[in-house]
Design a protein around this ligand. Sequence first.
Ligand SMILES: [Zn+2]
Length: 388
Amino acid sequence: MHSFEFATAQQILFGPGKITQLPALAAQHALRGCMVITGSSSARVQTVIDLLTHSGVEVTIFCVASEPSVSMLREAVAMAVAARCDGVVAIGGGSVLDTGKAVAALLRNTEDIFEYLEVIGKGRPLEHPSAPCIAVPTTSGTGAEVTRNAVLFSPEHAVKVSLRSVSMLPVAAIVDPELTREVPPATTAASGMDALTQLIEPYTSRRANPLTDALCVEAIPLAARALLKAFHDGADMEARASMSLASLFGGLALANSGLGVVHGFAGPLGGMFDAPHGAICAAILPHGMEANIAHLKRSPTSEAAAILQRYRVVARLLTGRDAAQPEDGVLFVHELSRELQIPSLAKFGMGPEHAKEVVEKSARASSMKANPVTLSNEELTEVYLHSL
Ligand SMILES: [Zn+2]
């Protein structure tokens, strides 16, 4: 058996009502002044802020209105420093959680952010551990509460890049399904398909390991059964809890085993077009799986046979049928996207004329390196064109 490593948040609290433990966690990490990062000013978030202020924590609020950018991050850090915040509570979707992890990192690593950014910066490692960050997801999709990077948008470069370090893992993740109760159907659909993608890709990744395998095998059927229920009836708390768990397990899996072709495309496309990450993943997932399976079927090696067997397991877990073949998994995902009314990529302005640029950027994306096979530019072009 090959060797592997696994790292995650120091503490994970899962279950309905777990949010009430936030003040105790804040005390445990000695947070006296704390920046609460949020995407909205909803009653749900206000309840969390009240929990903190009633327990004597001085709260500074920072609202993330869009995907985090380098300039937004600088603004948040300056505000946190001025207010003498000694930690961060991030409550929201993936963008909010990423902002929270990045602010916590930059509170302790005080050089200019471009020193640390990969691709468009110097990519220097973060020297100091992050300030304490408590991550509270309010959507079921990104798993960002247990990942070690923050995706940031740089408008002048038109790319998304990561600030990344194992020390950016939050000190605690509170995954409370009650917080997802009011997520609207379209967001439930897109983020849920992201969660499903983040379970299928790590399971078939080059870097898959027995620990993340166990998480994926447990959670793929949960997502496959619960997503439509949560989409049609947001108050179905059993379905919501299944999706929260699936999202968490996806985050744990991808942070330790990587992703694949779908996220290889999703990164660059998210930088070039204004489209929800989950909707991009949902549109590409069946075609990415199809291309990998076709490539594996043409290869006579035992490694290829072993990965093909993994796609067979995915198909069984998705469909619940023992005799399911890899292609049945592709069909299942297709059908699920259709029922969830996921818009096509063309709706976001993506067209065949962008194929060359998209494929060039995607082929170099870090997620692509974990894809089980190396797809040629022709194969990648086909995946993109079929996803439009
Ligand atoms: Zn994703």
